[in-house]
Design a protein around this ligand. Structure first.
Ligand code: C2G
Length: 141
């Protein structure tokens, strides 16, 4: 028999996902819960106000601090951080030791170049709900 100790420490699989999560809704919740189910630890990058302005051309309804607070409070989220730039995904994956990157399928193909750094999974979006549709609906009331 070998006298080598057997390493029984379980390997923790870290999942990372990103989003603005403005006017938090059930589509956001589902993608976060499904991302968490793919590993043991979920880290979420929440887009900075400045990034959102550049990306969508408008200020988010809820501030960066409020959006971070909401996402951090979810049971399945272990850690949150501010995503300053879309181009820094590789750095964030390395910094957080992520094994899997999860994005909604509105981003399909966009992050395939990161497949040498981690697994990349695109999950189907929840149909018929979006922050923009909610804002427009409320504005029409
Ligand atoms: N989402 C979803 N179903 C919806 C709406 C959103 O599954 N009906 C998902 C999106 O696909 C995304 C996440 O929820 O994975 C967050 O959505 P947004 O807040 O719209 O994120 P976005 O502005 O696309 O920011 O680095 C990438 C960006 O930070 C992503």
């Amino acid at each position: 028999m070998s006298d080598q100790p057997i390493d029984r420490a379980p390997t923790r699989r870290t999942v990372i996902t990103f989003g603005t999560f403005d006017v938090f809704h059930v589509g956001h919740l589902r993608v976060i819960e499904r991302a968490a189910a793919l590993g043991d630890r979920l880290v979420v990058g929440v887009s900075a106000d400045e990034l959102n302005l550049r990306k969508k051309g408008r200020e988010p309804v809820f501030s960066q601090g409020e959006r971070l607070e909401i996402v951090a409070a979810l049971r399945c989220v272990d850690q949150v951080f501010v995503e300053e730039s879309l181009e820094l995904k590789r750095d964030y994956i390395v910094q957080h030791g992520a094994d899997v990157l999860v994005m909604g399928d509105d981003w399909t193909g966009r992050f395939d170049e990161l497949k040498d750094a981690c697994e990349v999974v695109y999950l189907p979006r929840t149909p018929a709900i979006s922050t923009t549709a909610i804002i427009e609906h409320i504005a029409d009331l």
